[in-house]
Design a protein around this ligand. Structure first.
Ligand SMILES: Cc1cc2nc3c(=O)[nH]c(=O)nc-3n(C[C@H](O)[C@H](O)[C@H](O)COP(=O)(O)OP(=O)(O)OC[C@H]3O[C@@H](n4cnc5c(N)ncnc54)[C@H](O)[C@@H]3O)c2cc1C
Length: 400
């Protein structure tokens, strides 16, 4: 990886800066305070559409589906510049643009690509991810939501949980078991689910922070046409890996709502907290390392290569660093950071970062699971015990 902008990238960055300086500010004004509400999401859709109309929606995607056909580095440059503004961007958009669209592009039929990707990039279709279940999170392949053949379609029954933004999503990506008589990873199929279908009950989960971004989703005899199956029957695990790999690469991109090392440096300087210098220097080194590691993954992607299990490292490092940066800021603030007497906003970002860091250490694969993957697939260490790996799912004791 070349760390400096090439002349072409520098020109693109200048163009993006110029475009954002006139186009972003109106979309940052008067945003609703509740970031999990429908009004905020509507602002996000408008910004996404505006970007798409100027060719900035998903820069790495092919032009024919609404992208710009540019390199992954150009995508990073746009994201870096965009993050300087307090714009209404969030997972309600990026689940679609960064997780779903690349998966459909890789596995979709021409009809699926044509009917979904353009509307996703233009903010007209929002997506949610219906993977986790009450008994299947880390052990995702143990999922029990069933899909049974019914003429030219499928009937789905089961329960999903922790589904971010399902309450505003138009469509969902769904994993369901189509065959219990083969090993657990082999009997899963991947579907695209219209969230307005009959039989779907989305129930919001109220978080301790007061926000409500997660949901439980109950599926009772929901019909999905076979044309909404993504990939072959029984190949859902392979398709899901593309989605999860993109999720792990996405985490760690700059966000205006989360603290970074610079915000900690500013705080420490303001408070004259010299005793934290060595710790902050270590965080700065980690942040740089992660940034370039992420560029390396993106470079691989832009060359058409798949980064593989090593992609887990970025998410593992980022979520821990986010918590460490936030914890150090709260340390610097002392009791004032916990119960701010006057200047509430100074520590709000770090309080949020501390809790969000904890969530990030679980979402899209927990720290422990990612460490297992790195140990086994990157370092070649002996595997975890997996007693249910090569037996039919129906023979696993609790699968009844
Ligand atoms: C912010 C956030 C957003 C999310 N969004 C979505 C979403 O949109 N869609 C969706 O489908 N899901 C979503 N999830 C769910 C997420 O994918 C799961 O929470 C995650 O995979 C962990 O599963 P679990 O909660 O069932 O924990 P469990 O799998 O029950 O794990 C409990 C603990 O046991 C540990 N553990 C489990 N197995 C092992 C092992 N083999 N070795 C060592 N330790 C182990 C785990 O590391 C963890 O500490 C989200 C979660 C969060 C936090």
């Amino acid at each position: 990886v070349d760390f400096d902008d090439t002349p072409e990238e520098a020109e693109f960055r200048a163009h993006v800066r110029d475009w954002l300086s006139t186009n972003a500010p109106p979309f940052c004004a008067d945003l609703p305070a509740d970031h999990s509400g429908a009004d905020y999401v509507a602002c996000g859709r408008n910004w996404q559409k505006h970007k798409a109309q100027s060719g900035f929606a998903s820069i790495g995607m092919p032009r024919v589906v609404g992208g710009r056909d540019a390199s992954a580095m150009m995508e990073v440059i746009f994201g870096d510049e965009e993050s300087r503004y307090g714009l209404p961007i969030g997972p309600f958009i990026t689940i679609g643009t960064q997780l779903v669209a690349p998966t459909i592009l890789a596995y979709g039929t021409p009809e699926q690509v044509n009917s979904t990707i353009h509307s996703t990039l233009f903010g007209d279709t929002l997506w949610c991810q219906l993977f986790s279940e009450p008994g299947a999170g880390s052990d995702l392949a143990g999922l029990r939501t069933k899909a049974e053949r019914d003429g030219d379609g499928w009937i789905i029954s089961g329960q999903k949980v922790w589904n971010s933004w399902a309450h505003v999503a138009d469509w969902g990506i769904l994993l369901a078991r189509t065959d219990s008589e083969v090993a657990k990873h082999k009997g899963i199929t991947y579907f695209l689910l219209d969230m307005r279908s009959a039989g779907i009950d989305v129930r919001r989960i109220r978080q301790i922070s007061g926000e409500s971004e997660f949901n439980e989703v109950f599926l009772t005899q929901v019909r999905i046409p076979d044309s909404c199956r993504l990939g072959a029957v029984g190949e859902g695990w392979k398709v899901a890996m593309t989605t999860l790999m993109n999720e792990r690469i996405t985490v760690g991109a700059e966000s205006p709502h989360l603290p970074n090392v610079q915000s900690l440096i500013d705080l420490a300087a303001q408070r004259g907290s010299r005793s934290y210098r060595a710790r902050i220097a270590q965080f700065a080194a980690q942040e740089q390392g992660m940034k370039y590691f992420r560029y390396r993954l993106l470079t691989q992607l832009s060359r058409g290569e798949t980064p593989g299990a090593i992609a887990a490292l970025g998410k593992l490092m980022y979520s821990k660093l986010l918590q460490d940066i936030s914890a150090t800021a709260l340390d610097i603030g002392g009791l004032n950071a916990l119960y701010p007497a006057e200047n509430v906003t100074e520590f709000e970002k770090f309080q949020h970062g501390y809790f969000w860091g904890a969530a990030m250490r679980i979402a899209g694969g927990t720290d422990e699971i990612l460490r297992n993957q790195l140990a086994e697939r990157v370092l070649g260490l002996p595997g975890d015990f997996r007693v249910d790996k090569n037996i039919a799912f129906s023979a696993i004791a609790s699968s009844g």
